[in-house]
Design a protein around this ligand. Structure first.
Ligand code: F6P
Length: 320
């Protein structure tokens, strides 16, 4: 493989820039040329492609977002779009492609692999919802950002002796909610994986905690459950406890990546290039039990992941 491309796709995540830097420098170190593709698969279809040198990725390791921009492309989901994308790769001499993103982006990489472009995926999402890996780039920064914001809400919640519902991102997964729930000492954590939608239980819990002398009641609500504002209104009416909802939103996706995100991104970026250099294709990079691993994309997409039950149990045990 003489020339590789790199793109970021789907929702951005802090650490994507560190991964781009690692891909570029590892490849250049191996004597390859590197092309940066703007705006994910959408930019690939429009041939928004530039040469990247080692200097082009200077000073980006500490920056949030992605210098290559990102997008979601409807056209690329069609067989015609995929054919066109493979053709654009061939026209630009791109024999190998590193795709930094989530499951949807990997499915696209799998299609390109079928069409003769060697592809490797790197898990980049704040949601931690990729089954083939214990870690996804961006999660650590996102949970730290959310944790700091929730600490601030907690201060005012205590002063006013309120109940606060704080909604965190995660799409259909509850990892951010669970980690913040533990880190922020929440009284309740609503997880899409296990929430039974019995609001009366939640109301009873708030009343019981009040009787036990709790000054605030922090509820971390996962985006996958949502409806925090209407939930707050119902809880206030049923408990008589003033209740406010805060939706943290996209602030969780920004900011300078933590050390963990920079290091994992750097390792995964280099590992992806190692795989391409060995002629491998249709792979997703991951980390399992502290080891760097890679899986066939189709196999990776079939894998299932569930919230660690022990963590859920501990979160409950510590909220009394
Ligand atoms: O996948 C990352 C994520 O931030 C999810 O947590 C959230 O559901 C989604 O992306 C939001 O997407 P958008 O930026 O398109 O609103």
């Amino acid at each position: 493989v003489k020339t590789i491309g790199v793109l970021t796709s789907g929702g951005d995540a802090p650490g994507m820039n560190a991964a781009i830097r690692a891909v570029v420098r590892e490849a250049i170190g191996k004597g390859m040329d590197v092309k940066g593709i703007y705006q994910g698969y959408k930019g690939l279809l429009n041939a928004e492609i530039v040469d990247l040198s080692a200097r082009d990725v200077s000073d980006i390791i500490s920056r949030g977002g992605t210098i290559l921009y990102t997008a979601r492309s409807q056209e690329f989901r069609t067989p015609e779009g995929q054919q066109k994308a493979a053709e654009v790769c061939r026209q630009h001499g791109i024999e190998g492609l590193v795709v930094i993103g989530g499951d949807g982006s990997f499915a696209g990489a799998g299609k390109l692999a079928e069409l003769g472009i060697n592809t490797v995926g790197i898990p980049g999402t704040i949601d931690l919802d990729i089954a083939c890996t214990d870690y996804t780039i961006g999660f650590d920064t996102a949970v730290n950002t959310a944790m700091e914001a929730i600490d601030k809400v907690r201060d005012t919640s205590t002063s006013h002796e309120r109940c606060s519902i704080i909604e965190v991102m995660g799409r259909n997964a509850g990892y951010i909610a669970l980690w913040c729930g533990i880190a922020n000492g929440a009284e309740d954590i609503l997880l899409p994986e296990s929430y039974d939608y019995d609001e009366q239980k939640l109301i009873n819990h708030i009343i019981e905690m009040r009787k036990r002398g709790k000054k605030h009641h922090i509820i971390i609500n996962a985006e996958g459950i949502g409806h925090s504002s209407s939930m707050a209104r119902r809880i206030e009416a049923a408990t008589g406890v003033e209740t406010r909802a805060t939706i943290l939103g996209h602030m969780q996706r920004g900011g300078s990546p933590t050390c963990r995100d920079r290091v994992y991104a750097s390792m995964m970026g280099s590992y992806a290039v190692d795989l391409l250099a060995e002629g491998k294709t249709n792979r997703v990079v991951g980390v399992k039990g502290g080891e760097w691993v890679d899986f066939d994309i189709a196999e990776a997409l079939k894998m299932q992941k569930s919230l660690p039950e022990y963590m859920v149990r501990v979160a409950k045990a510590l909220s009394i």
